[in-house]
Ligand binder design. Structure first.
Ligand SMILES: Nc1ncnc2c1ncn2[C@@H]1O[C@H](COP(=O)(O)OP(=O)(O)OP(=O)(O)O)[C@@H](O)[C@H]1O
Length: 250
């Protein structure tokens, strides 16, 4: 049987009267890219926050790399978080630091006993693999949006995460740069053997990167499968509207 790196069962989360997650079931298999789609406010971020222990579910289970997240104590939770690479929407580089310093930051903070030479080698390797070896001494302000995203991904990879979370990786980029980032997401999986969740509103990104698509509707994943399974024969009007109207539906 395929190994599951994330196993979510019957997950529920409400804020006061607002029921956001109403019995979520979802698996992330080792080595797969799973795309999560859902309109604004559907609960995608809440789900990710429960996955990394920033929020606790009301009911149900969230097992990540074999551990129930809500039961982990601080040290175990920190260890788990180091295995999850989070690539933020706005790439989250520190503007006052060079690319090298930005990349060193997570390493110096989390991995002791590395020599300067080892740190430099690792940074160079990763910049090479995201296609930006020449940018090591540049400031973020000198980089394009697409380049910043690439550096953000490289920085996330520096701690060898087992799971990558991409939050709207192509938001705000032109179509060609979007394709570049989509290809990078696929390349990262091949090269670093990661399992990934890609949260996106961009259906091209969903199609190109996703082995499976999962659509969050009314607090549950009602539609999970390949792109064609989910969209070509979508019976649910709301799933179909994602495709037809690019999410402009209420
Ligand atoms: N800490 C909180 N307290 C109260 N309500 C919250 C909290 N966190 C999220 N919510 C609510 O839960 C709902 C889901 O929010 P969430 O951020 O998960 O949406 P999303 O699907 O990620 O949206 P987007 O695509 O816009 O990022 C929203 O109605 C939001 O207001």
């Amino acid at each position: 049987m395929e190994e599951k790196v994330v196993e979510i069962r019957g997950l529920m989360k409400s804020f006061g009267d607002l029921d956001v997650l109403k019995g979520v079931d979802l698996d992330l298999f080792k080595g797969e890219n799973l795309v999560v789609l859902g309109k604004s406010g559907s609960g995608k971020s809440v789900l990710i926050k429960i996955m990394v222990g920033l929020l606790k579910q009301d009911e149900g289970t969230m097992r990540v790399l074999g551990k129930e997240v809500s039961e982990l104590k601080t040290k175990a939770l920190n260890d788990l978080r180091l295995k999850i690479g989070f690539s933020f929407q706005n790439s989250a580089l520190y503007d006052s630091m060079t690319v090298r310093e930005n990349m060193e930051f997570p390493l110096v903070r989390n991995v002791k006993n590395l020599t300067r030479g080892e740190i430099t080698k690792k940074i160079e390797e990763l910049l090479d693999s995201v296609g930006l070896p020449q940018s090591i001494n540049q400031m973020p302000s000198e980089l394009s949006g697409g380049q910043k995203k690439r550096i953000g991904v490289a920085r996330t990879l520096i701690l060898n995460p087992e799971i990558m979370l991409y939050d709207e990786p192509t938001a705000g980029l032109d179509p060609i740069t979007c394709m570049d980032i989509n290809n990078l997401i696929n390349q990262v999986r091949e090269q670093y053997n990661t399992s990934s969740i890609v949260i996106t509103h961009d259906l091209t990104c969903a199609k190109v990167t996703g082995d499976r698509q999962a659509v969050l509707l009314d607090g549950q994943f009602k539609s999970v499968g390949s792109f064609d399974e989910v969209f070509a024969h979508a019976d649910d009007r709301r799933v179909k509207s994602f495709y037809d109207y690019n999410f402009i539906d209420s």
